[in-house]
Write a protein that binds this ligand. Structure first.
Ligand SMILES: Nc1ncnc2c1ncn2[C@@H]1O[C@H](COP(=O)(O)OP(=O)(O)O)[C@@H](O)[C@H]1O
Ligand SMILES: [Mg+2]
Length: 224
């Protein structure tokens, strides 16, 4: 194929959910499974994914810092997201890679919108501006009751970050927010019950993503 070959565009998959819902664990597993199938995968996370965005992440998660206004928090997240989209996500998708991202825009709606109470419409507008309206084709929403998630985090190796230390009430609002987002976009957001053992959740994820990819490639090849 020459220089005018059809531009390939990769698939953008995000993993969402509250603290301790298993996103990071399952993202790693999913990337291993996809790679084993010969799929070219990029595993990344938010906030983060670039040098500047990882520095913003440290500021956002540091609980010894001064109190952070919800609006400040949102601006920092959007700043990190733009860097990540421009420097990592878009170029990888343009190369045809499958990008698997641990948290993305839905977390902003759930945490800053439903959790902190910032205006949802304003957040959507700002997020569109930050992402250039880049939206994942598939989002896996890992769902566990708040006490289960929090106790997993407290039992795990990871140190407690600023968000882990939020009240249970805050985390309940975040979870309800994720549910509202999933009801609004049922075709994009698949809810996965991640209360069960890690292995069975991983199997559910693999089955779901593989069947989604098959349907997706059948649908896109029909349109060529
Ligand atoms: N299905 C599961 N059952 C029990 N423990 C789990 C499960 N999934 C993840 N964990 C454990 O819970 C902790 C938090 O998981 P993690 O993947 O970091 O969640 P998140 O990234 O959503 O906060 C880790 O110690 C992890 O090993
Ligand atoms: Mg995580």
């Amino acid at each position: 194929m020459g220089r005018t070959a059809r531009k390939t565009t990769g698939i953008f998959i995000t993993l969402e959910g509250g603290e301790g819902s298993g996103k990071t664990t399952q993202a790693r597993r999913l990337c291993e499974r996809l790679s084993a199938q010969g799929i070219d995968v990029l595993h990344t996370r938010e906030p983060g994914g670039t040098l500047l965005a990882e520095r913003l992440r440290s500021l956002l998660l540091d609980h010894s810092a001064e109190t952070i206004a919800p609006e400040t928090e949102a601006y920092l997240i959007f700043a990190a997201r733009r860097q990540h989209v421009d420097h990592v996500i878009k170029p990888s998708l343009a190369r045809g890679m499958t990008v698997v991202c641990d948290r993305f825009s839905d977390s902003t709606m759930a945490y800053q919108g439903y959790g902190r109470g910032l205006d949802l419409r304003l957040l959507r507008t700002m997020n569109d501006w930050a992402t250039g309206e880049l939206t994942p084709q598939l989002t896996l929403l890992f769902d566990v009751p708040v006490p289960v998630g929090l106790s997993r985090r407290r039992g795990g190796a990871a140190t407690q970050n600023r968000l882990d230390r939020e009240t249970e009430r805050f985390h309940r609002k975040v979870r309800a927010g994720f549910h509202a987002l999933a009801r609004r976009e049922p075709r994009r957001i698949m809810v996965i019950d991640s209360t069960g053992p890690l292995e069975s959740v991983a199997q559910t994820v693999e089955d779901l993503v593989m069947s989604w990819l098959n349907t997706y490639s059948a649908r896109t090849s029909r349109h060529r």
